[in-house]
Each structure stands twice: as C-alpha cells, then as structure tokens.
Design a protein. Sequence first.
Length: 226
Amino acid sequence: MPDAVMLFAAGFGTRMGTLTRDKPKPLIRVAGKTLIDHAMDFVKAISPARVVANAHYKADQIVDHFVGTDVQVSVESPDILDTGGGLKAALALLKADVVFTMNTDAVWDGPNPLDVLNAAWKDDMDALLLCVSMSQTVGRSGKGDFDITSDGLAHWGADTVYSGVQIIRAKIVSNSSENVFSLRTIWEELEAKGRLHAVTYPGRWCDVGHPDGITLAEDMLRSSDV
C-alpha cells in the first residue's frame, strides 16, 4: 500500500459562493464535520507514514486546522500551483515513490476509497483512478469523465465520474518540466499510451462543490443509516 497521502486543499472554492468568503472550502461542515476531516477519517484508517495537505486560499486556516497533528501543510505562495504542480511541490514532504492523492470536497457512502484503490493497484501501473458509475453519484448532472474497459484501462468518455482519488507514481509528476500544471495533462499522456488505469467504487459519492451539495451529502449519509 502507498505509504503517503496528498490532500488537495488549496483551491478557491468559487462555486460555493458566500460560503467560502471567510474560509476555504475544505473547512465547510457537512453533517457536523469539516470536509477535510471526512477525508481524514479514511486517511487515518490506513495509517500512512506521511500525510500532506496543500494550501493557498486562506492557507493560514488550513495550517491552523492541523496544528498538533502529524499532517504537514505545503503552502503555495504567491501563486496557486494547480493539482499537478501542487503535488510536485509536496513530493519532498511525501517522501514516497507512489502516493495516494485525494480531493477534499466529496463525501462517501461505502467502503474506504483508499482501500478500494489499494486492492486494485499493481506494481507495473503508473496511475490508477477511482471512478464512480453515474448511477452511484449524488447530485451529479451531465456526462461522466471516463469509460473503463474490461481490462481496467481508462479512456475519456461518459460512463463514470472521476472521484478525486487516485494512486500515482511520483516520478511521472516530478519529471514534468512545469511547476504549475494540472494532473489532467499527465492523464492525457498516459491515456494516449494505454497506461491510464481505473477502478470503479462500489458505493455512493457526492461532490460537495456547490452549496446544494451540502444538503445532498447530508441526505445521502442519513439514508445510509436507515
């Protein structure tokens, strides 16, 4: 199992409107708990050696949130680095050849997504994405992001949504000549080579990227307890 986890927490959260006027999106509460702590519940369950969160928008609040914990914060300043650049900048703290990365704006109803990924990971892979079938998403409209073949290869498509969680090999990130870039650019290169893998999450997933997502996520969690 990868022994390091990168939590993406640097974004501006503009789709959340006034909710992110005074706080970063990962500190918005859903069912009485911050979004980033929902993610941390899964992280703590696998006991990785290192956990790093990046921060940019109202970074001091992310730093304060993790005071007294083992989570290190990679502050991006003066510019935000996007997902690829943020991960590249944090690799010195992660100290791992293979890492989990996890967005912090989703709520899950089902098994630990990190365990699902780990069970499907093979040593000859470069990247393994965790996707959710459209029928298992909550509050998602439109098309998905990827189709997944019978042998586990991901291709741009519409059947499944990228959940925001993956395992990725550090060297393909560190080898990038750019310092500000999206992980999508790496996925595009891997997909073109037939090297982008994916696995489907068996539970439900709610993207809390907009205000309505809070109520949807809370309703999803309540229904799982019935």
